[in-house]
Design a protein around this ligand. Structure first.
Ligand SMILES: *[C@@H]1O[C@H](CO)[C@@H](O)[C@H](O)[C@H]1NC(C)=O
Ligand SMILES: *[C@@H]1O[C@H](CO)[C@@H](O)[C@H](O)[C@H]1NC(C)=O
Ligand SMILES: *[C@@H]1O[C@H](CO)[C@@H](O)[C@H](O)[C@H]1NC(C)=O
Ligand SMILES: *[C@@H]1O[C@H](CO)[C@@H](O)[C@H](O)[C@H]1NC(C)=O
Ligand SMILES: *[C@@H]1O[C@H](CO)[C@@H](O)[C@H](O)[C@H]1NC(C)=O
Ligand SMILES: *[C@@H]1O[C@H](CO)[C@@H](O)[C@H](O)[C@H]1NC(C)=O
Ligand SMILES: *[C@@H]1O[C@H](CO)[C@@H](O)[C@H](O)[C@H]1NC(C)=O
Ligand SMILES: *[C@@H]1O[C@H](CO)[C@@H](O)[C@H](O)[C@H]1NC(C)=O
Ligand SMILES: *[C@@H]1O[C@H](CO)[C@@H](O)[C@H](O)[C@H]1NC(C)=O
Ligand SMILES: *[C@@H]1O[C@H](CO)[C@@H](O)[C@H](O)[C@H]1NC(C)=O
Ligand SMILES: *[C@@H]1O[C@H](CO)[C@@H](O)[C@H](O)[C@H]1NC(C)=O
Ligand SMILES: *[C@@H]1O[C@H](CO)[C@@H](O)[C@H](O)[C@H]1NC(C)=O
Length: 429
């Protein structure tokens, strides 16, 4: 098995985000509120939510993530310009690293743990996510994953009957965290698009929602033009549907990362929805935000606790300013924008060349006034103050024959042979 980490190290580190050939979007149904056999799994009935918990500025936050697009490319699209006219364009919003997967991890866990590729990962259950903070206040949440076959599906990807792989785990942020993936109450809230139509139809959407379109619709395997066609099918009619967007709804449309790695990671992002004051529609906000701002904004709105990760790092976690203006959160005026295109060299438990263990959260202040959440099973003695220096496990593997991926695989309790092969394959593509 020592060949696996060697391949991981040599194979893919500089792999760019890919955008392949264009083709034309075909609507899977007459409207996004209709179910479709294309979405695969039949609906599982309406989701059950706890009673609505009012926020200070919004009662529902919906994130919609597209893929691998430079700011200028999205800005040039009529579909995006039309949406911008209805909302607040965030002209200084950034992804936090490359590749895709670490950005999704960061958006719910406040860190990407040093990851720099799209391999199979499972973050251990002593690591918290936004779900822990929401659950503490009984604020309902769910994810909607297009072409995910059934609720809580944990597989690496899924291929439709037409032979195309539309769904990938690496774009499903919460399933990559064991604190969610190993709890069936929680996995039932990771739902597919047929559930979405039923939940909208029954006016039962949750209060925190993450939406991932499939690999073609999000632009990953296609182009920004294709993603714009999907967006035009999906979003404008939902913006008019009060079961999706009412006067207490805030929507963030964004991208995980830029396509090109050699520029900083600025992605075109728009805030939409009825919660945006009339006088701020068709305006631009040039405050510096990152994916961590989605955590601090939600914390600020519901006065939650924090994760003690980058959500408490004032530089990278400004709260969306129209929200901060109401909650009283003081944003930082960041004039020297950090480089957020750095990849491969950031230490963490998912970086075999700069490995440090999963550390306990650092006590800090997030968007809300609540305390730092400590997950059950956290070793508080293993923390940032006494963290061991990063070690190169890949180098160690060459001498001991035991590698990083082997350790990951055995910890995940999966069949080492199958996952080992998957790691080799994904390292080679
Ligand atoms: C409401 O939910 C039920 C199942 O829970 C489903 O059969 C029905 O079609 C849904 N209604 C709409 C309008 O989607
Ligand atoms: C949006 O603002 C621009 C000027 O910045 C203006 O030209 C355009 O007409 C406005 N659009 C709408 C829909 O208000
Ligand atoms: C419905 O939910 C149950 C419980 O979470 C799950 O076992 C089942 O796979 C789900 N079915 C579909 C079609 O999503
Ligand atoms: C699973 O999640 C539910 C809902 O957040 C929580 O109440 C329960 O304690 C969790 N179970 C375990 C074993 O962590
Ligand atoms: C949404 O509503 C607006 C205002 O009523 C209307 O102009 C627009 O055509 C509607 N869009 C869709 C897609 O239904
Ligand atoms: C990151 O972006 C900056 C431009 O802002 C560029 O100078 C730098 O070379 C990029 N870094 C990498 C690793 O590509
Ligand atoms: C906060 O974020 C900045 C920019 O990414 C980074 O340089 C700094 O190290 C971070 N601070 C902490 C404590 O993580
Ligand atoms: C964490 O920080 C808060 C203030 O931010 C403080 O009140 C609390 O005592 C600290 N807790 C620990 C365990 O250090
Ligand atoms: C979290 O769990 C992982 C896996 O069991 C372990 O390696 C790590 O030391 C733990 N970290 C903390 C801070 O508890
Ligand atoms: C907790 O972390 C400390 C510091 O790394 C370590 O010495 C200790 O063995 C850990 N405890 C457990 C139960 O893993
Ligand atoms: C880690 O070790 C491997 C194998 O010896 C080596 O190729 C790589 O350059 C090392 N990485 C760093 C950051 O030193
Ligand atoms: C799907 O997963 C299999 C391994 O399980 C892998 O061989 C294949 O490359 C993956 N495809 C995509 C598009 O991720």
């Amino acid at each position: 098995m020592m060949i696996v980490p060697a391949l991981v190290a040599l194979g893919v580190l500089a792999r760019p985000a890919s955008a392949a050939v264009a083709s034309t979007f075909t609507a899977p149904a007459a409207a996004p509120t209709d179910t479709s056999p294309f979405y695969v799994g039949a609906s599982n009935g309406t989701i059950k939510n706890s009673p609505l918990v009012p926020g200070k500025v919004f009662d529902r936050f919906i994130q919609i993530w597209l893929e691998n697009t430079n700011y200028a490319a999205a800005a040039s699209q009529p579909a995006f310009r039309e949406l911008s006219a209805q909302g607040i364009t965030l002209s200084s919003y950034y992804g936090v690293t490359h590749t895709s997967e670490p950005n999704y991890l960061a958006a719910v866990g406040g860190d990407f743990w040093g990851l720099y590729d799209d391999n199979l990962v499972a973050v251990p259950s002593n690591i918290s996510t936004i779900v822990d903070l929401l659950d503490q206040k009984d604020i309902s949440w769910s994810e909607y994953m297009e072409n995910m076959p059934y609720d809580g599906f944990a597989g690496f990807n899924y291929t439709n009957p037409d032979g195309y792989t539309y769904y990938v785990r690496k774009h499903n942020p919460l399933i990559m965290y064991d604190s969610v993936a190993q709890n069936t109450t929680r996995t039932a809230r990771i739902r597919n698009f047929n559930d979405f139509s039923v939940d909208v139809g029954n006016n039962s959407l949750s209060q925190w929602i993450f939406v991932t379109p499939n690999l073609r619709d999000d632009g990953h395997d296609t182009t920004i033009e294709y993603a714009s066609e999907w967006l035009t099918y999906w979003l404008p009619s939902l913006l008019n549907d009060t079961n999706f967007n009412n006067d207490r709804t805030l929507i963030l449309l964004t991208f995980d990362e830029t396509e090109i790695y050699t520029i900083n990671n600025q992605v075109y992002s728009i805030l939409l929805g009825g919660a945006i004051p009339e006088n701020l529609r068709n305006t631009t906000d040039n405050t510096f935000y990152t994916h961590y701002s989605t955590l601090s904004t939600v914390q600020s709105n519901w006065d939650l606790g924090n994760l003690g990760r980058q959500d408490t790092n004032k530089t990278v976690a400004n709260v969306f300013s129209f929200v901060a203006d109401v909650t009283g959160y003081k944003n930082l005026d960041v004039t020297d924008i950090p480089l957020l295109n750095i990849t491969e060299t950031i230490p963490g438990p998912l970086n075999p060349e700069y490995y440090v263990p999963y550390l306990a959260p650092t006590n800090g202040t997030g968007g809300g006034s609540g305390p730092t959440y400590i997950a059950p099973g956290t070793n508080m003695s293993l923390n940032a103050a006494n963290a061991p220096a990063p070690v190169n496990l890949t180098a160690q593997a060459h001498t001991t024959g035991v590698g990083f991926r082997d350790a990951e695989v055995s910890r995940m309790g999966l069949c080492a042979c199958v996952v080992g092969v998957a790691a080799v394959v994904s390292a080679l593509v």
